[in-house]
Write a protein that binds this ligand. Structure first.
Ligand SMILES: [Fe+2]
Length: 369
């Protein structure tokens, strides 16, 4: 499709927005497809009422009742299940292992620390670690302290690295930053902790089947290949930015799966050009539903949020920064937020359990001055 324009417009998206106006991006395929920028005297988030089911959601997910050791489904569709999991500090070495035959599990450690035992070796994790456990890889956790995971389960295919295009394969994070499983550490840990895992609980179509063995299942003495579990810590992510123009959320893509992407927003300096937009742009993400999990820091584009909260912005409703963030932006020089974003191609459904922790008036938060 060729580009076309009418009336007032900025030559470069997210920059030199005419004084007293707002830019709204209307784009397909997340931030990769056909796109136009509309210049408006007021943002489209100035609704006076929304009647009907298509409302943005805010959930205080971290404050749901703690059911230790039980995955709590939060948001889902046929490609993805997003769950939370609280675990107590472990008092002894694990005796059971878990194998997920329904999909690949990406654990994000919001709080806590520990180790993961796998047949490929031992992995360590702490607050801010992603732990990627591919489908059917047997694993057992040992928690060094109380831990809270956000679990992003991919049901339709493996997690892949994003296509980094012209910025090259070391951009955003170097694949060498992955925490790789260590077999020597595994066997030493087993010995030191007198550990023998003899049961595997396998999840298939959400039903559990238990396999029992006489001896510890973590007995591999070597392996080779490109299929293995790994970790990636937010400290090893190098956010991309331009001092001249605000980059879209897709610049922060961390993992790609079938039907969704996982992005990580990290502290970074704000754009320096006087005419550059410094808050996320108003947009209609026409094809994707967006989930944001607020991990840490000060969430500069949103009001009244605390770490562990989660928003769902379904496709079909325009959104952007809260009015207060727009007003205060000139007082800031950098962002210090850490958040995980999950954008899905198919419409997401909300688990009924979130009803109790939903902040019902969230849709009105853009109306406040
Ligand atoms: Fe968005």
């Amino acid at each position: 499709m060729h580009q076309y324009s009418q009336g007032k417009h900025n030559r470069q998206g997210h920059k030199a927005i005419p004084e007293g106006h707002f830019e709204e991006e209307q784009g397909r395929k997340g931030f990769f497809g056909l796109v136009s920028h509309l210049i408006k005297p007021k943002p489209s988030t100035r609704w006076t009422n929304i009647k009907g089911p298509l409302k943005p959601h805010l959930f205080d997910a971290i404050n749901m009742e703690k059911k230790y050791g039980q995955r709590q489904r939060l948001i889902f569709n046929s490609d993805i299940v997003i769950s939370s999991l609280w675990e107590k500090k472990s008092i002894q070495a694990p005796t059971t292992a878990f194998r997920n035959a329904d999909g690949d599990s990406l654990y994000f450690c919001h709080q806590g620390s520990g180790v993961v035992l796998t047949e490929y070796g031992l992995l360590e994790f702490r607050k801010g670690s992603y732990i990627n456990i591919p489908k059917c890889i047997v694993h057992s956790f040992f928690f060094q302290e109380e831990t809270y995971f956000l679990i992003i389960e991919s049901l339709s295919g493996a997690y892949r690295e994003p296509d980094r295009g012209m910025v090259g394969k070391n951009a955003f994070y170097d694949p060498q930053s992955f925490g790789k499983p260590d077999l020597d550490q595994l066997h030493n840990w087993k010995k030191q902790n007198n550990c023998s895992v003899t049961e595997i609980h396998v999840k298939r179509e959400n039903e559990i089947t238990e396999f029992s063995y006489d001896e510890c299942i973590y007995d591999a003495v070597g392996w080779k290949g490109d299929f293995f579990p790994f970790t990636l810590h937010v400290d090893d992510l190098m956010p991309m930015m331009s001092h001249r123009v605000h980059l879209p959320p897709s610049a922060h893509t961390t993992f790609v799966a079938n039907g969704f992407v996982v992005c990580t927003f990290l502290p970074r300096p704000l754009e320096q050009d006087a005419d550059a937009l410094k808050v996320p742009f108003y947009h209609q993400n026409i094809d994707y539903d967006e989930v944001l999990f607020y991990h840490d820091g000060n969430f500069f584009s949103r009001d009244n949020l605390h770490a562990g909260m989660m928003t769902l912005h379904p496709a079909g409703f325009p959104h952007g920064p809260h009015p207060k963030a727009v007003k205060n932006i000139n007082t800031k020089t950098h962002t210090d937020e850490y958040a995980v974003m999950i954008d899905t191609w198919s419409n997401l459904k909300v688990d009924p359990s979130l009803e109790k922790v939903e902040v019902k008036e969230y849709w009105q938060s853009w109306m406040k001055k």
